[in-house]
Design a protein. Structure first.
Lengths: 180, 127
């Protein structure tokens, strides 16, 4: 395993109130943890924009946060990113999401009764986006509209694209040492 | 589509074509720019090859701040280009700058944006 390309800054030493507030919000959610914020903090304006977008896309909007958390971990495994794959949303856990459900989403979710038809479509959306994008065609989106509004599909698509992109970035930076 | 700001700063279509297809042997790019283009290629297609030696190459040319800026920019674009590709978007403007309908744009730009056609070469290991 490579060392981190850029060592994270210590977020406790950051002196930017806006950035500090975002780091605090991330710490409460558990995703991302201070290693990601400290890495981005080398470019403070990027850090603020990207942390804000991560929080909004993951923890706000109309789509169930638990479903997004399952998708986020599924994507991290596809990206080969051990860092984001190892993080968990405290909010999703408090809402009842367990590790068995996260693991099930990485397997034969299509035949798993724990997922609704809408959730199965969303899981296929995330899986196919980067493994088999030819399958994400007009017919696939038409099927999605039976389960979700167009706004919800854009929310999901943007969430998938953004989090996968940040996972690709973190994989390229090397996996940070995790305390504990 | 193209960045108007980059064009004003002198970026040409020839620069883009060479940057996409054969930057490594092109005289248009500095060693630092080639390292950035290589990083983009590896992040998208072959992340296992981002090894300690390549990390040293990047550090020779870029500061920590620039590495974070570049890496996050590349990651963001890798994520979003695939998503937008599934939506079947075409550019809003024709090559001569006219605002055109999606139907006309599809006729002008073909089944897929030209720039995508050149990135599906032998280096693409996703198959």
């Amino acid at each position: 395993m490579n060392a981190m390309l850029v060592a994270p800054l210590n977020v406790e030493e950051l002196r930017d109130p806006e950035l500090n507030a975002l780091v605090d919000r991330c710490s409460v959610l558990g995703v991302p943890d201070p290693a990601f914020a400290g890495t981005l903090a080398h470019a403070p304006e990027y850090a603020k924009a990207l942390l804000q977008a991560l929080l909004v896309s993951h923890a706000e909007g109309r789509v169930d946060h638990r479903l997004k958390e399952v998708i986020r971990v599924q994507l991290a495994r596809i990206a080969g990113d051990a860092y984001f794959a190892g993080l968990r949303s405290t909010r999703a856990r408090s809402l009842g999401l367990d590790e068995e459900t996260i693991t099930a989403a990485a397997g034969r979710f299509d035949i798993d009764p724990r997922f609704t038809e809408a959730e199965k479509w969303a899981l296929r959306y995330a899986r196919n986006m980067y493994l088999d994008p030819e399958k994400v065609d007009a017919a696939f989106y038409a099927e999605g509209k039976r389960h979700y509004t167009e706004a919800e599909i854009m929310e999901l698509g943007a969430f998938i694209a953004f989090h996968y992109g940040m996972q690709v970035f973190m994989r390229a930076m090397g996996t940070p040492h995790r305390k504990g | 589509m193209r960045s108007a700001s980059a064009k004003r700063q002198g970026l040409t279509e020839q620069d883009i074509d060479e940057g996409v297809t054969h930057y490594a042997t092109s005289a248009r790019f500095t060693a630092a720019e080639k390292a950035a283009l290589r990083w983009c290629e590896l992040m998208a297609l072959d992340p296992e090859r981002i090894d300690a030696e390549f990390q040293c190459t990047l550090r020779r040319h870029y500061s920590d701040e620039e590495i974070v800026e570049l890496g996050a920019f590349i990651g963001f674009n890798i994520g979003y280009h695939t998503f937008f590709g599934t939506l079947g978007f075409y550019p809003m403007f024709s090559p001569d700058g006219r605002l055109v309908s999606q139907e006309e744009s599809a006729r002008l730009y073909g089944a897929a944006p030209v720039s995508l056609a050149t990135t599906n070469g032998p280096a693409d290991k996703r198959g």
